[in-house]
Design a protein around this ligand. Structure first.
Ligand code: F6R
Length: 616
């Protein structure tokens, strides 16, 4: 969704805001803007298009000040126009605001304000909020001067229904910024003589690692060299400080042309990070620090529901196969957005696990809260330390993948599968998974980083394969068993990055409809990395080849599938059935990446998409 940044300190705000926006661009990239306090006036500059358009505009303007706010937009209310770009200002230009989220009752607020004489230049819900704050500001003459700004923001927010992470300036209060959040992430950074507010630590981590995460319904008021936190009900809140330990260098390209490629190549390291300290060879098991559940409690679980969105949902489907196979616990996978409204029957022996790279996806967060509301325990697998889901879960496992900036999830996906394997191992060993079977999984996991490394060496070859298919408009991905979710993920990756229409199916299902799509212009990817159903998948290949399909296969080295059995074949190392889904994923990520680049797309910022979906 959108990204926001605010700065107050001794330095020139503009370069800090622009650099912050550059790091936040993954959250939205259809337009951007900043507002800076200059001599009692808030000057606002906005531009549609990428951040470079804003920078170009700024290069012709004199704008120097030490307090400012910035925004990179992913449109929700209103089309992509300069008028709809943030910051939005009140009619009298006193109040300027950047906002991430959606104000659901903005229409009724707008009607109320129109009656009061306010006019609207944009179609955004945010402009409504700017004017609502302005309305309260004009009514707050009774408040002590130092509280007037804070009170007007607080009172405005009391009328708002929806989600927001905001930063607000008031031209009467040049050394102040107010931030507030409800269901959209917001973090305060505290440097030496300076403060930051942002939707993501990565936007200011090069300046300070000392942060406070805001909770829902909290406001932060920065005044000169100090800050205070209060709730919407005006209760004082004690700030809990955290030290962020992410290596900010990993938020740079480091010589790679795109974050997506860099993150694909970081997978050996990300897998090592996911495994580090969690494998016990002696016990042939795995262990975790943050589950907050005893072995006895874990033993009592008789059903697991996995909830997530998008790629993380595909990881849940892989986890279903793995947990059922090795731990013998029934697993169901739900789209978080469906689970939330479905009223599924749940009992106390059901464990809910949510998976979310960002830890901020609104549907996943809402599904988690719904399960907790119904008295269930929720574990979270998340990457972003201190994210809302990580903080609100009853227990959890961090992925430690490092920042994932490319909008398409890659290293986070394979890391989520790794953690699912560890979890299945742990739960299995508490039940009837034998020592020997456990050791086989442990050994397979240990080999994984090196095996992934060897697949990455095929990147150029996969690029030359992609060259042959770059002009197709449709593609099918087929797999059986745990390769079926990988087919879904392969199709998802291809469509989001290359805009080629792609579908994933269980291979046998092709005969029940999709086969009608087969033409030489609709190539088919077969994922043939599961020995147990290899013959079946070979028959499916023959069926489509007989109908003129061009076939690309991902198969294991030493597989019964010969190199000439398909138009193109990509071999991956022989792995244990638990890790094969990871090995089969890497060529699909590389294929999607190269297809996207060859078709001339910005693979780090696919059209209409945002990294972290914080609106329903
Ligand atoms: C696809 C992709 C998305 C995310 C989904 C959930 O490449 O990245 O489908 O997987 O938006 O995001 P998280 O994992 O942050 O909850």
């Amino acid at each position: 969704m959108c990204g926001i940044i605010a700065y107050l300190g001794l330095q020139d705000a503009v370069p800090i805001l622009i650099d912050g926006l550059r790091r936040l661009e993954y959250r939205g990239y259809d337009s951007a803007g900043i507002a800076v306090q200059v001599d009692g006036i808030t000057q606002c500059v906005r531009a549609i298009g990428p951040l470079s358009a804003l920078q170009k505009k700024l290069s012709t303007i004199e704008l120097a000040g030490n307090t400012g706010i910035g925004h990179t937009r992913w449109a929700t209310h209103g089309s992509v126009t300069e008028a709809n770009t943030h910051p939005q200002q009140s009619n009298d230009k006193k109040i300027s605001i950047v906002h991430n989220g959606v104000i659901e009752n903005f229409q009724s607020i707008r009607e109320f304000l129109s009656v009061q004489g306010f006019q609207f230049q944009s179609e955004t819900d945010t402009e409504t909020l700017a004017n609502l704050i302005s309305y309260h500001y004009s009514k707050e003459l009774e408040s002590p001067t130092q509280d007037r700004f804070l009170e007007s923001v607080r009172k405005a927010l009391l009328h708002v229904r929806g989600t927001y992470g905001i930063a607000v300036l008031c031209s009467d209060r040049p050394n102040e910024i107010i931030g507030a959040r409800n269901s959209s992430p917001l973090v305060l950074g505290m440097g030496k003589d300076e403060f930051f507010i942002s939707s993501d630590v990565c936007s200011f981590a090069q300046h300070t690692r000392d942060v406070v995460y805001l909770h829902d319904n909290e406001l932060v008021h920065i005044t000169g060299d100090h800050f205070k936190l209060i709730t919407l009900d005006r209760e004082a809140v004690e700030a809990v400080r955290h030290e962020v330990d992410w290596d900010t260098a990993s938020a740079e390209l480091n010589g790679y042309p795109h974050f997506m490629l860099k993150e694909i190549f970081e997978q050996p390291q990300a897998i090592e990070n996911a495994l580090r300290g969690r494998i016990s060879g002696d016990l042939s098991s795995a262990h975790f620090g943050g589950l907050q559940m005893t072995d006895e409690e874990l033993h009592k679980i008789n059903r697991i529901i996995l909830c997530a969105c998008g790629t993380a949902w595909c990881a849940c489907l892989v986890a279903e196969y793995i947990i059922e196979k090795f731990a013998r616990i029934p697993v169901e996978v739900e789209y978080a957005s469906e689970f939330r409204y479905r009223n599924a029957p749940l009992d106390q022996q059901t464990l809910i696990i949510v998976i979310s790279q960002s830890g901020e996806t609104i549907d996943t967060l809402a599904a988690m809260r719904e399960a907790q509301q119904r008295g269930l325990r929720v574990l979270a697998i998340t990457n972003v330390v201190g994210s809302t889901i990580a903080r609100e879960a009853d227990g959890g496992i961090y992925q430690h993948s490092g920042p994932e900036i490319g909008v398409a999830s890659t290293k986070a996906f394979t890391s989520q599968i790794c953690i699912s394997i560890l979890l299945a191992l742990h739960l299995g060993r508490l039940r009837d998974l034998s020592f020997d079977d456990g050791i086989e999984i442990v050994e397979a996991l240990k080999k994984l980083p090196e095996q992934v490394e060897s697949i990455l060496l095929q990147s150029e070859r996969i690029r030359s394969i992609a060259m042959r298919y770059k002009d197709c408009s449709d593609m099918l991905f087929l797999g059986r068993q745990s390769m079926f979710p990988i087919a879904l993920e392969g199709a998802l990756k291809l469509k989001e990055i290359s805009y080629v229409h792609a579908e994933g199916y269980p291979a046998a299902e092709i005969k029940h409809g999709p086969m009608a799509l087969i033409t030489p212009q609709c190539p088919i990817f077969f994922l043939a990395c599961d020995d147990h159903v290899l013959e079946k998948i070979q028959s499916n290949m023959h069926e489509v080849q007989a109908r003129g399909a061009r076939v690309i296969v991902v198969a294991q080295e030493n597989s019964a599938i010969h190199a000439n059995a398909a138009n193109d074949i990509i071999f991956v190392p022989q792995g244990h059935s638990a890790v094969n889904p990871i090995l089969a994923t890497i060529p699909l990520q590389l294929f999607a990446y190269h297809m996207g680049v060859l078709r001339g797309h910005n693979v780090d910022r696919p059209r209409h998409l945002a990294k972290s979906v914080t609106v329903e």
